[in-house]
Design a protein around this ligand. Structure first.
Ligand code: TXA
Ligand code: MG
Length: 324
């Protein structure tokens, strides 16, 4: 089938209340029409995602914001102008028409306009904003290609396969408040990039007061099926174990005991983000018993990469439970 035919078919499935996996520039998403609560419920079931974890709503044009948020204020427009379409998700007060299932009963909604031809055309053709979490089982590695999606998820109605995603890690999530923004999840668009447009206020009190917790801030997340340790930050017993090594920068040693995936031999953080999940999927599939990850510098995109690695490292117990 041609790309255009795939989009039309997928859009029809969304209109009929089905769910579709599709690429964005960050990771693949699992989408349904935002106002179709039955279809939204199916997403939670297939992902085994708890209902307390709200979804991001994807739009293809600014005008659709009016369907979703209470007030399209100046700050939203400034951010949209500068960063959309792109890997930025904005959390703001919701329009009451947005189903509570999508927002996990929060008074807010998360919205973004993805920078990907398939995602944008799908939303346009379906004629509705599309609510979509990443297309993986809850707590597991995010998918950066169609194969990763199919490895974890069964019973999806359709998948648009448009190759590997470019950015490789999930969007930056921010919450807007009266004074500015708070960072809920780091991504390739940094706090500094955003501060050039609106004021940064680390207003944790505002978040608590309104109950605007972001489950994306959960300590463990994005985990491979085997334990992951960060080199130099944790003690690990290596005896007789088959080890997967996630490296950054030139490979220092050749060791046949190690299965190695290099995120970027030239220490390019953008390249490392693009390859992060692909490398972890490969290590997971290679049959290693544990993964040791070399830390990357915590500047710019490195902040988002280390956020994902630390969350992957936080889950060492009960990994058997999430082995499918
Ligand atoms: O790049 C991305 O953001 C990808 C692609 C598919 O768009 N999506 C994605 O969705 O990563 P998901 O569901 O895996 O992560 C969404 C994050 C979660 O941590 C969720 O808790 C947070 O956004 N979130 C959604 N709505 C929220 C809200 N109203 N308040 C606070 N956090 C919210
Ligand atoms: Mg996710």
């Amino acid at each position: 089938m041609t790309f255009e035919k795939n989009i039309l078919k997928a859009a029809q499935i969304i209109k009929d209340g089905g769910i579709v996996a599709f690429p964005t520039e960050t990771v693949y998403g699992l989408g349904a029409g935002v106002f179709n609560t039955k279809a939204i419920e199916k997403i939670f079931r297939i992902k085994e995602r708890p209902f307390f974890d709200p979804l991001i709503v994807h739009i293809s044009e600014i005008k659709q914001l009016e369907l979703l948020v209470k007030k399209v204020d100046e700050n939203i427009l400034k951010l949209a102008e500068k960063f959309w379409p792109g890997p930025l998700t904005i959390v703001t007060e919701k329009n009451e028409n947005v189903p509570d299932l999508v927002t996990a009963n929060l008074p807010t909604v998360a919205v973004r306009m993805p920078n990907h031809r398939a995602a944008l055309q799908l939303i346009q053709q379906a004629g509705t904003p599309i609510a979509a979490p990443s297309a993986n089982k809850f707590g597991r590695l995010s998918p950066t290609n169609a194969k990763h999606v199919l490895k974890q998820l069964k019973n999806i109605d359709f998948i648009i396969d448009d190759g590997n995603t470019e950015v490789g890690i999930e969007s930056t999530v921010i919450s807007l408040n009266r004074e500015g923004f708070t960072l809920l999840r780091p991504g390739v668009i940094s706090k500094q990039d955003l501060s050039a447009v609106i004021r940064y206020t680390d207003n944790k009190f505002f978040i608590q007061e309104r109950g605007l917790q972001s489950p994306g801030l959960l300590k463990s997340h994005y985990s491979p099926k085997v334990p992951l340790y960060i080199l130099g930050e944790e003690k690990v017993n290596l005896s007789n174990k088959k080890i997967g090594f996630l490296t950054f920068g030139a490979n220092k040693e050749k060791n046949n005991q190690l299965v190695t995936e290099n995120l970027s031999p030239t220490k390019n953080l953008k390249e490392a983000a693009t390859k992060l999940y692909e490398a972890l999927h490969k290590l997971e599939e290679s049959g290693v018993e544990l993964i040791i990850a070399e830390p990357v510098p915590e500047t710019g995109i490195g902040i988002a990469i280390m956020d994902r690695l630390r969350k992957a490292a936080a889950k060492k117990e009960n990994l058997a439970e999430i082995v499918d």
